[in-house]
Write a protein that binds this ligand. Structure first.
Ligand code: PLP
Length: 356
């Protein structure tokens, strides 16, 4: 996986989910900059700040809370219309933090945001991190699977320049849950950061090569590692590539299906396999300029979702985002789906929502 990311040397861990993997990113970034923290703790270091986009996963905020930065010291950078981090705003935020006497140490770029499926411009963000001496963590928990497709991996251009990566095979690659990986190109840093003496467990005088004993790299104890290896053997590199290409094809098919149908409106063009759209029942069509329109549209998705669940027809999530009223989010991850399913999804939404 590290070589697919493009690291020439690497270390890594299987984590109990992407949230924890993101936390390892923050932990290593901080340790690299302030190694004394391991013994002396956070007191006296000053105000450390990290940066990510407003559309980044909530686990980044939780990491900031858990690691003692405080949620306010995770600075949320603006996104553009397509949900990608605004790199000029990132630069402004870093400059402002420095003016305020804070200590920037980390930027987390998201490769496939959870809601919109947006890919932050990792290459441009890497330029900023390089110039500023900041750790770049790429949260590819959701969108990392695209790396396996020569057709789609350009979306993550520059990811090889990151310092660390979160990648969840249990998301886009549809590996059984949980299967989550943290990778870094800094050899030995995980162990330096996380090791603690435990002579009753981590003996070096064993009869085999103890470099494979990974307990000292983590903050945890028991963990499992074989799942993705078995999954990869079973699917094969080509199989995973076909899986990804099929998902993106179905995404395109569904997008084209609803683009042409009355009442459906895309929130934005999909970058990953998230299709975000509104459904306007006939009663709302042609009324976009009415004052009540956003409020009424906001109530449509929850009511259709309720009917979906009660009839057992299907499951598609919905959410509001910034000033956008509730919209549906079809997320494709299972490669068993075909064009008939895509038409079914669109038809069902019409059937369940046309009388609203
Ligand atoms: C799902 C997700 C995570 C968290 O992964 P878990 O395995 O659910 O903890 C982190 N980042 C992004 C972008 C995600 O979509």
């Amino acid at each position: 996986m590290a070589s697919i990311v493009g690291y020439s040397q690497h270390d890594g861990l299987f984590a109990p989910g992407g949230s924890m993997a993101n936390m390892y990113g923050m932990l290593l970034a901080r340790y690299r900059r302030f190694p004394e923290i391991k013994r002396s703790g956070v007191s006296g270091l000053g105000r450390l700040v990290a940066f990510t986009s407003v559309d980044a996963h909530y686990s980044n905020t939780k990491s900031a809370m858990t690691l003692g930065l405080g949620a306010d010291n995770l600075v949320l950078v603006n996104v553009d219309e397509e949900g990608r981090m605004d790199v000029d705003h990132l630069k402004e935020c870093i400059a402002r933090a420095k003016q305020d006497g804070a200590l920037p140490f980390l930027v987390t770029a998201t490769a496939g945001t959870t809601v919109l499926g947006a890919y932050d411009p990792v290459d441009a963000i890497a330029d900023v991190c390089q110039a500023e001496g900041l750790w770049l963590h790429a949260d590819a928990a959701w969108g990392g699977g695209a790396l396996l497709s020569p057709k789609h991996r350009h979306k993550l251009r520059g990811i090889h320049r990151s310092d660390s990566v979160t990648w969840n095979p249990h998301k886009l690659l549809a590996a059984p849950q949980q299967c989550s990986v943290f990778l870094t190109r800094h050899l030995g840093l995980l162990t330096q950061c996380n090791s603690a003496s435990a002579p009753y467990l981590f003996q070096k005088d064993k009869f085999y090569d103890t470099k494979y004993d990974s307990e000292q790299k983590t903050s945890r104890g028991t963990h499992r590692v074989l799942k993705f290896w078995r999954f990869g053997k079973q699917r094969g590199t080509k199989g995973l590539e076909r899986h990804i290409d099929h998902l993106f094809e179905m995404t395109k098919f569904f997008t084209e299906t609803i683009r042409e149908r009355e009442g459906f409106r895309l929130v934005l063009e999909p970058q990953c396999t998230n299709v975000c759209f509104w459904y306007e029942p006939p009663s709302l069509r042609g009324k976009r300029s009415h004052d009540q329109y956003p409020q009424l549209l906001n109530s449509v998705a929850p009511r259709i979702k309720e009917r979906m669940v009660k009839t057992g027809a299907m499951m598609i999530t919905y959410q509001p985002l910034h000033s956008r009223p509730n919209f549906f989010r079809l997320v494709l991850q299972n490669s068993q789906v075909n064009a008939e399913d895509m038409k079914y999804f669109a038809n069902q939404i019409e059937v369940l929502g046309r009388d609203l």
